[in-house]
Design a protein around this ligand. Structure first.
Ligand SMILES: Nc1ncnc2c1ncn2[C@@H]1O[C@H](COP(=O)(O)OP(=O)(O)OP(=O)(O)O)[C@@H](O)[C@H]1O
Ligand SMILES: [Mg+2]
Length: 321
């Protein structure tokens, strides 16, 4: 199959939920099913679910789990000289075997540009975001002089809330020494992500990291520099578009959010989640593929899967650890 060709079987065979025999009660995130496979190991299965505005869409995206997990694996690989990562093994395109960490309950968001949430805050007239001062006179999507850290609390339920570094420390959410290490590592990982993106003609605009502790050591967990956790712009023409105040060419989930807003959905109470039509699901698949191929320089070769056999395949994989 060519990298972007897709057929109706792929639309029907999406991995929406896994149930691995012998491995009960996985934690189901919006995208991943997380299984305990050993006291200190997790089997993290990236499904084809897609979420936006904190809601899981009713239709899944063909091969999204594979693209996401493979891109995360690529990116983890490229930062593991800068930070300890949770990756133990990637035995299947959808699966990461990871060190089971004690999560640090903060979303560590780094931004190189005034985009997304930061832009919305800026447009509302505010000039501080998470305790960080924003200079006057910036254009939307303009680069900051230095990347900024704008953390959010990882809420058990509902929306994540902005928080300043000072508040994180005052409220004893993270030990000061550990926080110092987390923030330093986050900036270093971001710098590396920018370098990799630049080499491929992309700009890493912003990203969200999660960290955990493994035997007391600060460890990068979850996913890194993927389309779900990051925004990228095409570098080519960026300055021109910025000057003309035109939208940037993005590779991220933003266009799903835009499509949803065009269909009157922003995750607010009383709004109905629209169905994603097949042609749109294919478009989303192509966007994910485009980012994978652009960033890694490799073509994406989908591995055909069927829900009938996948759970057993996962069991066979988990049994090996
Ligand atoms: N190495 C790890 N150790 C412990 N927890 C991890 C590790 N890697 C990822 N996680 C957690 O596993 C879950 C991954 O699932 P997913 O990304 O689908 O969740 P989410 O919907 O983004 O987040 P959540 O469900 O926590 O709101 C997240 O809760 C993440 O914090
Ligand atoms: Mg997540």
């Amino acid at each position: 199959m060519s990298s972007t060709a897709i057929d109706s079987a792929a639309l029907k065979n999406c991995i929406t939920e896994t149930n691995v025999p012998g491995y009960e009660n996985p934690y189901r995130g919006k995208v991943r099913d997380v299984y305990n496979i050993e006291d200190d190991k997790l089997g993290i299965v990236a499904s084809d679910r897609i979420s936006a505005f904190d809601h899981i869409m009713k239709q899944a995206i063909p091969y999204k789990g594979q693209i996401l997990n493979s891109l995360a694996a690529f990116s983890f690989n490229h930062v593991d000289d800068v930070v300890d990562t949770h990756v133990v093994d990637v035995p299947h395109p959808n699966v990461t075997i990871a060190k089971k960490c004690e999560p640090i309950p903060i979303e560590v968001v780094i931004r190189a540009c005034l985009t997304g949430h930061a832009a919305r805050v800026y447009n509302s007239g505010k000039r501080t975001l998470c305790g960080v001062e924003l200079p006057d006179g910036m254009l939307i999507n303009q680069k900051f002089e230095q990347p900024i850290l704008t953390p959010a609390t990882k809420a058990e339920e509902g929306h994540d809330e902005d928080i300043s570094e000072q508040e994180i420390l005052e409220q004893n959410i993270v030990d000061p020494k550990i926080w110092e290490e987390v923030r330093n590592k986050a900036f270093k990982v971001f710098e590396r992500g920018q370098k990799i993106a630049n080499e491929q003609g992309l700009i890493l605009v912003d990203t969200k990291y999660e960290f955990g502790l493994y035997n007391g050591k600060v460890t990068l967990i979850d996913e890194v520099h993927t389309a779900d956790s990051s925004r990228y712009f095409y570098a080519d023409g960026y300055e021109e578009r910025l000057k003309n105040e035109e939208p940037q060419k993005q590779l991220s989930k933003e266009f799903l959010r835009e499509w949803l807003m065009d269909h009157d959905f922003q995750g607010k109470e009383g709004q109905t989640l629209p169905n994603l039509p097949d042609d749109f699901r294919i478009k989303v698949y192509k966007r994910y593929t485009e980012l994978f191929e652009k960033l890694t320089g490799n073509s994406f070769e989908p591995t055909a899967l069927s829900m009938d056999t996948f759970n057993q395949e996962l069991k066979d994989i988990f049994d090996q650890y």
